[in-house]
Design a binder for this molecule. Structure first.
Ligand SMILES: C[S@@+](CC[C@H](N)C(=O)[O-])C[C@H]1O[C@@H](n2cnc3c(N)ncnc32)[C@H](O)[C@@H]1O
Length: 343
């Protein structure tokens, strides 16, 4: 049974890049190792220094992110959830697919609403969440298997691009990208991501995108600077993961969290600031550098969007908007796109 499922979701060539990790979860052979460490080191030696968002999600980071989702200040999760509660059935009816692929799925708790509609309308199908966090995929698997035994669960533990490349192109698919995770991309990452996604989509495929909108600055600032300091713990925890990957010696007791809203770029910028100069050593590559007192490292960005402009932009990537759903306060948008017929 496991073998059959595997064949059904993986494209012929894609299957070879994946190995079974545990029940119903596969790991990308290319998802860790030297390439990851080198890319990480390059960003730390860049001017100014920065980190890629994927490194935030080790086991502790993934747990902290789940706590952030429940914070009163973090309106994103409950607002997107409320839209999905109202619209999941309509979205699934419009797409009418056999397979739902979730990018950066986390624990897929909001996606259960779509899966419920999928089971009610189609009696079953395939659910393939892609994520770098194995701990989150396990939680997703257990709750999907418990709630929807009619679905085939195929967790893909790896990077977005590896997961997308692995999936069988002939299977009508709804790609889902929630939580405004797209806001973590800078312009270059956005371009790379959507070019890749669009090229990989078939003519019957849909893409559901959840985005946080530009709004009152105080609301935005509070969402990323909660009173319980969980966001601070989440952002600074990245250095535990960096130390694990690089064997480096970043010291969390000598840094602090600093969020800023950059109005011109419509984005929250989340920094780690050195409170004392730290001498950072990366033994494997024999590199050493000073992280000077007061110097900032950009750990994460969260861009905010105008949904109309975003829809126009995604048309240029061959994605035609077919429906736009929002909440009563116009805080968050869910946009359903269809792969454009060849023009
Ligand atoms: C902001 S969280 C959103 C989680 C969930 N979709 C939600 O809406 O609550 C981003 C998720 O994307 C995953 N992620 C980040 N970068 C990734 C990458 N390059 N490839 C695959 N997954 C990634 C993280 O592990 C995390 O679970």
């Amino acid at each position: 049974m496991e073998k059959q499922n595997q064949r059904r979701i993986f494209s012929g060539a894609g299957a070879e890049l994946w190995q079974p990790a545990e029940r119903s979860i596969w790991t990308a052979r290319s998802s860790d190792g030297g390439d990851q460490a080198l890319a990480l080191l390059k960003s730390l030696l860049d001017q100014p220094r920065w980190l890629a968002a994927q490194h935030l999600y080790d086991d502790i980071g993934s747990e902290l992110f789940e706590k952030i989702c429940d914070l009163p200040e973090y309106y994103l999760t409950r607002t997107e959830s409320a839209i999905l509660k109202e619209r999941a059935e309509e979205i699934v009816r419009r797409a009418g697919v056999e397979c739902i692929v979730e990018l950066g799925a986390g624990t897929s708790q909001k996606t259960l609403l779509l899966l419920d509609a999928q089971v009610k309308q189609h009696g079953g199908g395939v659910f393939a969440p892609i994520d770098v966090s194995l701990a989150s995929l396990r939680i997703a698997r257990d709750s999907v298997e418990r709630n929807f035994p009619q679905l085939m669960f195929h967790g893909l533990h790896g990077l977005y691009e590896d997961g997308i490349a692995a999936i069988e192109k002939d299977l009508p698919t709804l790609f889902v990208f929630l939580g405004s995770t797209v806001g973590n991309f800078d312009s270059w990452q956005f371009e790379t991501f959507f070019s890749h996604v669009s090229r990989s989509m078939g003519s019957d495929d849909y893409f559901l995108l959840g985005v946080d909108r530009v709004k009152d600055v105080d609301l935005l600032k509070k969402a990323y600077d909660d009173s319980e300091k969980i966001t601070a713990a989440f952002i600074l925890n990245v250095f535990e993961n960096v130390n694990r990957i690089l064997g480096s010696n970043f010291d969390q007791t000598k840094m602090r969290y600093e969020p800023r809203y950059n109005a011109e770029w419509q984005r929250i910028e989340m920094y780690a600031v050195a409170t004392q100069t730290q001498q950072i050593r990366v033994p494997g590559s024999k590199i050493e550098f000073s992280w000077h007192k007061g110097e900032r490292i950009l750990v994460e960005i969260s861009r905010k969007f105008d949904p109309e402009q975003l829809q126009a932009q995604l048309r240029c990537f061959g994605l035609d908007p077919v429906a736009h759903y929002t909440d009563k306060k116009d805080w968050f948008s869910l946009v359903l796109f269809k792969k454009a017929a060849r023009r």
